[in-house]
Design a protein. Structure first.
Ligand SMILES: *[C@@H]1O[C@H](CO)[C@@H](O)[C@H](O)[C@H]1NC(C)=O
Ligand SMILES: *[C@@H]1O[C@H](CO)[C@@H](O)[C@H](O)[C@H]1NC(C)=O
Ligand SMILES: *[C@@H]1O[C@H](CO)[C@@H](O)[C@H](O)[C@H]1NC(C)=O
Length: 552
């Protein structure tokens, strides 16, 4: 009897449990959005690998999602091989970097030096503006993705056509300036946190004047041209612009010094490709037979004096002779091979002929005309990267946990060098005081120091995690594409969910200076009042005591 009851109870229990599980039959959540085909224009005035590659890495994700991507830039970037889904339209011949960089060799590059690029962009503004408008109309462009550096033509075309525009930059400092940061381009430290008052005064109070004097004549020129072709006048874009409602920045805190960011500036770096060209068999052989390799590359556009080249080569030879490193892989552009002396005098008095080395006959120095940089940095035997400190190279080095020795030449490189040094993964050199012993000591230090190893490991992890954010970048572009098509265009309300109020408020209101001013006057008035009453009172007491004396 008891047994029977038990069986009945058990069956009821099983039925009951079944019921529970039946109601928890799982159904997938879908995050799909309606994807109608749309057209995206990627625009960069400067062009070249360092500016285009991260933008194309992001838009490649978008073309995989079914959007059409058109690249508009100077020169002929080779998207056909690296980015087959991107259609390129050229804005004429590439910038002549060799000519532009010549003046960088013998002097420090400051903010004024950067104005050369502004000047160049103005020379072709009118012609390029027409191209932008025609191409945008012919291809039904729905969204402009513009490199922010001297690229007013891209922003203005979007503005005229009332299309959404997203700004892209590798510099958080220039996109979202804050009061406690500066840049070596202005002769200032990257961080003003520990700077004495006078330095902060120079870097903060003088800054607007520096920018004004460097840029105002160009702003006037640009507005003259704009007026002639019915483009609404405005400022010039030097990192940010009132014409850009939303920014993607290819950087990350850890490399860049941390700061607060407005909600419409999204940090999405480091942007890296999914695949990279592999080592050539020759390089692979060299890398596998050398255990402590120094990789040297200064980017495609940068070069220095023959004297400096000699010092660099001499340092590498001596570092190998001292067994600090056992190999050097050097990405040497063909044209700079002639800027070395024929013999070098080593510190120990011996002489070395340079031509056999440059012709790749040295057993431990490999000169590579084509250097698959990422794969070299990714190799376990690459222990140090001797770099110019460009943003792209820095990202690749950080991603692979390779410490750096940096010789900056211009633009953002001085600032990057200081950032990497303050992150504890690099040491820096200065092009006017290069010294062979100093270079060798720094190489030695970077290879041995335990903190450098730990910091490199830490930032490697951070870079790897952050490198997934290019998908977030693509998502945000997709969101802006769709939100603009829902309302059929853009107006004052467009992207109000991203743009913080501060960008619409004046300087005084934004910082509540009027409130503080009023508060200060109230306090001063109050203190003044008390003082006035006190003085009156003292006067009265004195007067009355005098009177008293008189009557006594
Ligand atoms: C910049 O400031 C840091 C401390 O905030 C200091 O260590 C560094 O030496 C300074 N660099 C220059 C170039 O003044
Ligand atoms: C090396 O020394 C010789 C004289 O001993 C001199 O002619 C030559 O210019 C020196 N080379 C360099 C690169 O300084
Ligand atoms: C980088 O190194 C990892 C691990 O050694 C390897 O799996 C990967 O294929 C390498 N990638 C490149 C591009 O060299």
């Amino acid at each position: 009897m008891i047994k029977k009851n038990f069986i009945v109870l058990l069956s009821i229990l099983i039925l009951f449990l079944n019921q529970i599980y039946a109601t928890y039959d799982y159904v997938p959540r879908s995050a799909d959005i309606d994807r109608s085909p749309k057209n995206i224009l990627v625009g960069s005035f400067i062009g070249g690998r360092s500016h285009l590659k991260p933008m194309l890495d992001i838009t490649t994700i978008l073309s995989e999602r079914g959007y059409n991507v058109i690249l508009l830039t100077k020169g002929n970037y080779t998207p056909s091989s690296e980015y087959p889904t991107v259609k390129q339209i050229s804005l004429g011949p590439a910038l002549n970097y060799k000519e532009l960089m010549k003046s960088h060799i013998h002097k420090d590059v400051d903010f004024n030096g950067m104005m050369k690029f502004v000047k160049l962009s103005l020379e072709s503004y009118r012609e390029n503006y027409e191209k932008y408008i025609n191409i945008a109309k012919d291809n039904n462009i729905d969204l402009f993705f513009c490199d922010t550096l001297v690229n007013d033509v891209c922003l203005d075309a979007a503005h005229t056509l009332k299309k959404p525009v997203i700004g892209f930059s590798s510099s958080i400092y220039f996109t979202a300036p804050v009061s406690y940061k500066s840049d070596p381009l202005y002769g200032c430290n990257i961080s003003l946190e520990n700077e004495p008052f006078l330095k902060r005064f120079k870097c903060i109070a003088m800054h607007p004047f520096q920018v004004y004097f460097a840029a105002h004549s160009f702003i006037d020129q640009l507005n003259d041209i704009r007026k002639k072709i019915n483009v609404e006048p405005g400022l010039i874009a030097l990192g940010n612009s009132p014409r850009i409602p939303f920014y993607l920045v290819d950087g990350f805190f850890g490399f860049v010094l941390p700061q607060s960011l407005p909600s419409n500036v999204q940090e999405i770096g480091p942007v890296l490709s999914d695949d990279y060209p592999p080592l050539t068999p020759e390089l692979s052989n060299f890398m596998n037979t050398h255990k402590r390799v120094l990789y040297v590359a200064f980017g495609t556009h940068f070069f220095t004096t023959t004297e400096n080249n000699n010092k660099l080569l001499q340092s590498f030879i001596e570092a190998i002779n001292k067994n600090i490193i056992d190999g050097v892989v050097w990405a040497l552009v063909e044209t700079s091979k002639d800027s070395y002396s024929s013999t070098l005098n080593l510190t120990d008095g011996t002489q070395v002929q340079t031509s056999p080395i440059l012709n790749n006959e040295h057993p431990h120095i490999h000169i590579a005309a084509f250097a698959p940089q990422f794969s070299i940095l990714n190799h376990t035997n690459t222990k140090l990267f001797f770099s110019h400190g460009g943003a792209g190279s820095s990202h690749e080095s950080l991603y692979t946990g390779t410490p750096m020795l940096i010789l900056p030449f211009g633009s953002d490189q001085m600032g990057n060098a200081d950032k990497l040094k303050s992150a504890g993964v690099a040491l820096t050199l200065y092009k006017f005081t290069l010294d062979v012993n100093d270079i060798i000591n720094k190489i030695d230090f970077l290879l041995r120091d335990e903190n450098v190893k730990k910091n490199s490991k830490r930032i490697e992890i951070l870079s790897k995690i952050n490198s997934k954010r290019k998908y977030r970048a693509a998502d945000l572009i997709e969101y802006i594409l769709h939100s603009s098509s829902i309302y059929e265009g853009i107006d004052k309300e467009f992207l109000k969910e991203w743009i913080p109020a501060e960008s619409r408020m004046g300087f005084i209101k934004k910082y509540n200076y009027d409130v503080y001013g009023a508060l200060l006057s109230i306090i001063l008035g109050f203190i003044g009042g008390i003082l006035w009453v006190t003085f009156k009172l003292i006067g009265f007491i004195i007067a009355s005591s005098n009177q008293k004396q008189k009557y006594e």
